[in-house]
Design a protein around this ligand. Structure first.
Ligand code: 13P
Ligand code: ZN
Length: 251
């Protein structure tokens, strides 16, 4: 993500739901280093263990010092407290976007119990698009679908969009989670994007595909469009790849 330029400075954050038994192979789950208040409630996540990036930490440094830049936390007391089991060695804490991550996990797990990853980053073209494209979700989704043949296959549920909101708050967490009920991608206008999925590859691939489409749109938006992918062709893709486009998004 850093190599793609999606995560300047400390931009972006990831949370990964760990399998408890698997975490127990590496960690003493009875050894709590310290307990950190979360500032929100998420009873559904009681006892769940997450690997999560640290606030203010640079993605480019994770590979050199994972134990300082990442942490493993277990949520307790209805999600109001997080027990640090590993990491954040300089006394740090989880990303400031922890509310949006955890609330999005709850929302996505209801749709698909296999969901394990929430990923946030600042890809340049998606961000640029939010300055010049209508933020209507159907219009935004249709534009992205039209930019690469396989977009509709990768994200048939489309892209939801939040208007600019103050980041790092419970409010944007609640709003993001609400949007996550109907799509695995949520754009934060003038800020970045959230993706959710079963694993890191799938989630990265979702964002990568949407960002590629946005890049193409930014290259052509100012030129007369002579050709496009028609809705009829979209329906052929649905049939060929066994996907169903979001209701009402195709004619
Ligand atoms: P953190 O450093 O707290 O993860 O914040 C980065 C970011 O992208 C905020 O939206
Ligand atoms: Zn951000």
């Amino acid at each position: 993500m850093y190599a793609h330029g999606w995560d300047e400075r400390n931009g972006g954050n990831i949370s990964l739901l760990l399998d408890e038994a698997e975490a127990g192979d590496y960690l003493d789950l009875n050894h709590v280093i310290r307990t950190i208040p979360t500032g929100f409630e998420a009873p559904e996540l009681n006892g769940k263990i997450f690997l999560v990036t640290g606030t203010g930490k640079y993605f480019k440094n994770v590979q050199y010092d994972p134990a300082n830049n990442l942490g493993i936390v277990r949520l307790i007391e209805n999600g109001t407290q997080a027990e640090l089991l590993w990491g954040f060695t300089d006394g740090g804490r989880f990303t400031s976007e922890f509310p949006a991550h955890m609330m999005s996990h709850v929302a996505r797990m209801r749709v698909n119990p296999e969901n394990r990853v929430v990923m946030h980053c600042h890809p340049a073209n998606l961000l640029a698009m939010t300055y010049v494209h209508d933020l209507d979700e159907r219009a935004f989704t249709r534009t992205l679908w039209q930019m690469c043949t396989e977009c509709i296959v990768v994200f048939p549920d489309g892209v939801n969009v939040l208007p600019w909101m103050l980041c790092g708050t419970n409010e944007i967490g609640v709003a993001t989670a609400k949007k996550m009920e109907t799509a695995r991608l949520v754009v934060w206008a003038q800020h970045g994007i959230y993706g959710a999925g079963r694993d890191l590859d799938e989630t990265f691939g979702l964002i990568e595909t949407a960002e590629k489409a946005a890049e193409i749109w930014m290259k052509i938006a100012h030129l007369p469009r002579i050709n496009t992918i028609t809705d009829e062709q979209m329906h052929l893709l649905e049939a060929r790849f066994g996907v169903k486009a979001r209701d009402g998004y195709l004619s």
